[in-house]
Write a protein that binds this ligand. Structure first.
Ligand code: NIG
Ligand code: FE
Length: 404
């Protein structure tokens, strides 16, 4: 049974209490057996029977639950530096999408890659995320659009689950109506409801279904049809909601009892209250707000209303071309006025709720999986204040060191 000793601060991030209650233990030790945690507490209280076990010295550093990136678009082809420059020069994200650029460009580049090529690229991204302290990543499809291409992306995620250490949570994302269905939107929605969703559910290729409710993507009525099919086929529900305007996406997520509503930059009071009543997690994406030079999610309003807030990267080639979750965390402090403690809970137990895995991961407690990271900082405040390219010394997933 391995032991981690001499932990300066262990942030256990148990679910109870407020968003900012990270339940820290000073001068702590952590013991695990196989994949699961068996004991944690002040080192002075370490049970006598554990004292002879092999031990790793944390040298007074911070130990946190493995970080959970609850919103990424991990598998895609190409990049979009031209959109980045276009936006700097004044074009908006929606204008780029409206003239067939943006997501459509990435769809084109993604379809050109084989399953093997997409797998190798995504595996490379994942390893770099793990090196930053990340142990679980939610991965959305959405750059294939036609059924066989969406299935290809989900098979890449299945293979990643089997062949690399990070835990992958796959989501089927209805992102846009493809060129092939121009002028035949209803046929495309019907195809999702009658063919794609049942096929994905039958093959066990996704746990969740997400939909982009936006002027350039899907209407609330179309989303309702797709989410009903998802629910009927046993998939959990997520919504890309209110990113560029209040389109009642938050209310829709609440109506479907979604595990999460994501983006929410333009969600208003009514939507926020509906999320609170439904117990839906709000996933904030400060990198996307920054890259699109948009106002960020009003985290203080969500927290005051009792909505659990998660923070994720939104890693994708357009609105958030970085997988750096600790950078997103520092940005959540600065742009969303969240305290470092609130942000740590937002990337651990609240993020675990956003991917439906709170019984197994997201906090350090006996019985839970031994996913944790050793961070070269004395405490959480110092870590998120002093941004460095990488402060992570080691990431353990299922009790095994996974850092490269
Ligand atoms: O979450 N909002 C929609 N989807 C992504 C952007 C995808 C892209 O631009 O390629 C997002 O920001
Ligand atoms: Fe997204």
């Amino acid at each position: 049974m391995p032991l981690l000793i001499n932990i300066g601060m262990l942030a256990s991030c148990r679910p109870e209490g407020l968003q900012g209650d990270i339940h820290p233990i000073r001068n702590a030790a952590l013991a695990w057996q196989g994949a699961r945690i068996v004991w944690l507490g002040p080192e002075s209280e370490l049970p006598e029977s554990f004292r002879g076990e092999p031990r790793v010295d944390a040298k007074g550093r911070l130990v946190i639950p493995g970080l959970i990136d609850a919103h990424t678009h991990l598998a895609f082809g190409g990049w979009r530096a031209h959109d980045f420059v276009g936006r700097i020069q004044g074009e908006t994200y929606l204008e780029i999408a409206g003239r067939g650029g943006g997501i459509h460009h990435t769809v084109d580049m993604t379809r050109r890659l084989s399953e093997e090529e997409l797998f190798l690229r995504a595996r490379g991204f994942l390893q770099q995320m793990v090196d930053l302290g990340v142990s679980t990543v939610e991965c959305k499809s959405g750059y294939g659009l036609v059924p066989e291409e969406e299935m290809k992306l989900l098979r890449v995620y299945r293979r990643l689950q089997e062949e690399q250490p990070a835990r992958v949570v796959p989501t089927l994302l209805a992102h846009m109506v493809p060129e092939e269905y121009r002028g035949r939107r209803q046929d495309y929605v019907d195809l999702w409801c009658t063919d794609l969703i049942p096929a994905v559910a039958e093959a066990g290729l996704a746990e969740f279904c997400d939909i982009f409710v936006e002027e350039t993507a899907f209407t609330v009525a179309e989303a309702r049809a797709i989410l009903e099919a998802a629910r009927a086929n046993g998939l959990g529900v997520k919504v890309h909601a209110d990113q560029f305007g209040d389109r009642s996406g938050a209310a829709l997520a609440a109506e479907f009892g979604a595990v999460s509503a994501e983006h929410l930059e333009f969600a208003r009071e009514e939507g926020i209250r509906a999320l609170a009543a439904a117990g839906t997690v709000a996933v904030s994406l400060p990198l996307a707000s920054l890259y699109l030079r948009q106002p960020p999610l009003q985290a203080r309003r969500f927290i005051e209303c009792g909505v659990p807030v998660a923070v994720a990267t939104d890693f994708n080639p357009g609105s958030a071309p970085s997988w750096h979750l600790p950078l997103a965390m520092t940005l959540a402090c600065l742009l969303q006025q969240m305290t470092p403690g609130e942000v740590l809970k937002a990337t651990t137990i609240q993020a675990a709720r956003a991917v439906g895995r709170q019984a197994e991961i997201g906090s350090l407690e006996p019985g839970k999986l031994a996913d944790f990271a050793v961070i070269d900082a004395p405490d959480v405040d110092h870590w998120l204040y002093h941004f460095r390219p990488n402060s992570c010394i080691g990431t353990y997933i299922n009790g095994t060191q996974a850092t490269s």
